[in-house]
Design a protein around this ligand. Structure first.
Ligand code: ATP
Ligand code: MG
Length: 438
């Protein structure tokens, strides 16, 4: 067998026992293992189990004695790809082998395609398949490589913070810190100390010397959230820190130099604030080197099914939970003023309310989502990327509705035809085409 396989172009290594086979498997990543089942010492099942563990993609063929089909079934359970019974022709072995190799090729291709697909729909944990999000991923990929200042704008819950983190984690600075500071969460008087640090006795309560966030973020990224809420005097200090990359701790006159990339975020309209005189124009231009605008969720509804799936996996891991057609229609129709965060909360709530049911229905959705009038009553179809077969798809809907009409009328064709607003003869014709039942 080894000789004939070699003739066919395989590179063959032989082992005269299970133990020897395990030893060889340690040393080399074989593509295929062919083994007898009953052997003294480590038997064929044992060999396969170890081979599979070490190389999940390995093709394992078992050769069994005549009449021991049960053994063969056990071997399959332990990970064998296929088996052949003794005595056998060499061609039989070749056939089984080729089939298994083809299967392996397909499954690894699938895994590759799947990984690629998942890759395509996300950037560092930000999910999106809509056009605006795909364009955003492209932009993020480019700007992550630079050290330019970035300002992210977008309504609440659109993902400003996830985007800032994704930029950092895809930048050359990823080995250093990502330091976040929410400027609106800290009282004005303390914000300056948070940013630049202070020395002992700089103000009442400054008991020791402290590093500010700028220093902590040295060689990394500083994320300034809600930057629009800063006071004019602090805006000026921030401007200097951005321009000169230097500052002093409060109460100290020693200048500290840092290498920090700044990413700012805001959900207020800075340009308008500049017009109104509440935000410094020079700071605005300093921050606005690379503006990134996150679109609200209602302008990228194509992302909703993907996000729903993601949040279902998050809140109901390891289950087959899904959203009913009408619930999905409701989710697609709603305007989501709180954007992705609101959708995330809605799914978390629905999972809790579903109490173990497999399917989330309209009643599990928040009242405001339920209250949204839905534009149409057509089923929601998540349009696959590689398209779909329209006639086949429509036929399957037709078949389904006809069967459901017949179910409802307990097989009464006259009444089913009425329900479907078609003539009885048309119904009979259609039934002939699609078969009497599922
Ligand atoms: N594209 C996305 N893919 C996956 N999760 C997302 C996406 N966008 C937002 N999220 C999730 O939604 C939530 C809100 O995101 P984030 O905190 O980044 O929003 P934000 O724009 O900073 O909101 P706010 O202005 O209220 O601070 C987070 O839990 C985040 O993980
Ligand atoms: Mg935020």
């Amino acid at each position: 067998m080894a000789e004939r396989l070699t003739d066919r172009g395989f590179e063959v290594v032989e082992a005269d026992s299970g133990e020897k086979a395990l030893e060889l498997l340690e040393q080399f990543a074989f593509d295929i293992v062919i083994t007898d089942l009953r052997m003294p010492g480590v038997d064929g099942g044992g060999v396969i189990e170890v081979a599979r563990q070490r190389y999940p993609g390995i093709v394992a063929i078992v050769i069994t004695g005549y009449g021991t089909v049960k053994d063969a079934v056990d071997a399959i359970k332990r990970g064998a790809s296929d088996f052949i019974a003794k005595p056998f022709q060499f061609d039989e072995l070749m056939h089984v082998l080729q089939k298994a190799l083809e299967q392996r090729r397909l499954s690894s291709e699938n895994a590759y395609l799947r990984a690629q697909l998942e890759e395509r729909y996300q950037f560092g944990g930000i999910l999106g398949r809509s056009r605006p999000m795909q364009a955003l991923f492209h932009l993020l990929d480019t700007v992550a490589r630079s050290s330019s200042t970035i300002i992210i704008t977008g309504e609440t819950g659109t993902g400003k913070e996830v985007v800032a983190r994704a930029i950092h984690h895809n930048s050359p600075r990823r080995a250093n810190r990502f330091v976040a500071l929410n400027c609106s969460a800290i009282p004005e008087t303390l914000l300056e100390a948070e940013l630049f640090g202070h020395v002992r006795g700089a103000f009442t309560g400054a008991v020791g010397t402290r590093q500010g966030r700028f220093e902590q973020a040295h060689k990394g990224t500083l994320f300034l959230d809600e930057v629009g809420t800063m006071s004019p005097s602090l805006q000026m200090k921030l401007l200097r820190a951005l321009q000169e990359r230097e500052f002093e701790r409060i109460g100290d006159n020693q200048t500290i130099k840092v290498d920090v990339r700044v990413i700012a975020a805001t959900n207020s309209e800075l340009a308008k604030m500049v017009g109104e005189g509440t935000f410094r124009e020079d700071l605005y231009y300093r921050l606005n080197v690379i503006p990134i605008q996150l679109p609200p969720l209602r302008d990228r509804r194509d992302d909703i099914p993907l996000l729903v799936k993601h949040f279902l996996e998050k809140f109901a891991p390891g289950t087959t939970m899904h959203v009913s057609q009408s619930a999905m229609r409701g989710l697609m129709a709603y305007t989501w003023p709180g954007n992705v965060r609101q959708l995330e909360n809605a799914i978390e709530r629905a999972v809790a309310l579903s109490a173990g049911r497999e399917e989330i229905d309209v009643a599990d959705l928040p009242p405001e989502v339920q209250a949204t009038p839905q534009p149409t009553s057509t089923p929601f179809v998540d349009f696959p990327d590689d398209g779909l077969n329209l006639p086949g798809y429509l036929a399957s809907i037709e078949r389904d509705l006809i069967h459901r009409a017949l179910e409802r009328t307990r097989g009464n064709r006259n009444r089913a035809a009425d329900l479907l607003r078609i003539k009885r003869t048309t119904l009979v014709e259609k039934l002939k085409r699609i078969g009497p039942d599922r």
